[in-house]
Design a protein around this ligand. Sequence first.
Ligand SMILES: [Zn+2]
Length: 73
Amino acid sequence: MPRYDFRCRSCGATFELRRAMAQANDPAVCPQGHEDTVKLLSAVAVTGGAGGGAPQQAPSGGGGGCCGGGCCG
Ligand SMILES: [Zn+2]
């Protein structure tokens, strides 16, 4: 069963839960009883994820013209 890390925004505690993937996005309750928690991205690779791989650099442009020499139109 996969393990998920959560962080409590009320007390700042981090904790982990083991739950089925079907409940991965269900709200988790802090061990202290707080309900304001967020799920952290696990370092464990998730198989089948779309768009994996190295982060892509945004294409150049949008910085005041690409060349100013008419190459781009
Ligand atoms: Zn808490």
